[in-house]
Design a protein around this ligand. Structure first.
Ligand code: SAH
Length: 210
């Protein structure tokens, strides 16, 4: 497949998402801009524009495009918003969010240092100004908060850790899969002055948070 084939496949993927999902055009435009094939291992490249997760090594996966679209949309972020990602993986989701909020506004942490390093280099090469650190989402970016929004691409079994919610400003959002394998739900928390409001967005499957 050459670049033109990838682009055609990507447009078709986005057309399918537009029919099936109730998400903003801004989110779909972001998905349409990011070359997902550049984020997946060579041997899966021909399947990069199928709407499914794919292995990226270290027992981790790149999320399916529809899941990235739904989560990006739930963040309710716009140009200039600063966003905290827990679980960089290959960097694809971070690139999509960077398309929405603009350069320099996405801060991402990845537990597996090899993945963090590879994603940092890949994002840089593709022209995405995303800050990637290796480490644990619970303790990352202490000096960069408060963020306007945060999201997790791994599932904490017992709900979003307080340390992560505390990194988000009042009025900001946290989007995350929570719960044990087989019983995970996608939730959106909105941080209020006197507590956190929680919406349920259905059953999902993510890797567990370490
Ligand atoms: N957004 C990614 C999906 C990555 S899968 C993409 O588009 O490719 C989830 C990632 O979360 C994995 O790479 C896993 O190593 C990472 N992870 C799990 N627990 C974590 C933790 N406590 N802190 C940071 N990252 C974590």
């Amino acid at each position: 497949m050459d670049d033109a084939d990838h682009e055609a496949a990507r447009r078709e993927l986005v057309a399918g998402l537009r029919r099936r999902l109730d998400v903003d055009e801004r989110t779909l435009a972001a998905i349409e801009s990011v070359p997902r094939h550049a984020f997946v291992p060579d041997r899966h490249r021909s399947r990069a524009y199928e709407d499914r997760p794919l292995p990226i090594g270290h027992d981790q996966t790149i999320s399916a495009p529809h899941m990235v679209a739904v989560m990006t949309d739930l963040l309710d972020a716009g140009p200039g918003d600063r966003v905290f990602e827990v679980g960089t993986g290959c960097g694809y989701h971070a690139a999509v969010v960077a398309e929405v909020v603009g350069p320099g506004n996405v801060y991402s942490v990845e537990y597996v240092s090899e993945l963090a390093e590879a994603a940092r280099e890949r994002l840089r090469r593709l022209g995405y100004d995303v800050t990637v650190r290796a480490g644990d989402g619970r303790t990352a970016f202490p000096n960069e908060s408060p963020f306007d929004a945060a999201y997790l691409t791994c599932a904490p079994a017992d709900g979003v850790p307080d340390q992560i919610v505390d990194r988000v400003r009042t009025g900001g959002r946290v989007v995350a899969p929570i719960g044990r394998a087989g019983a995970q739900r996608l939730v959106r928390l909105t941080v209020g002055k006197d507590g956190v409001d929680r919406e349920d967005h259905g059953g999902v499957r993510f890797v567990p948070m370490r």
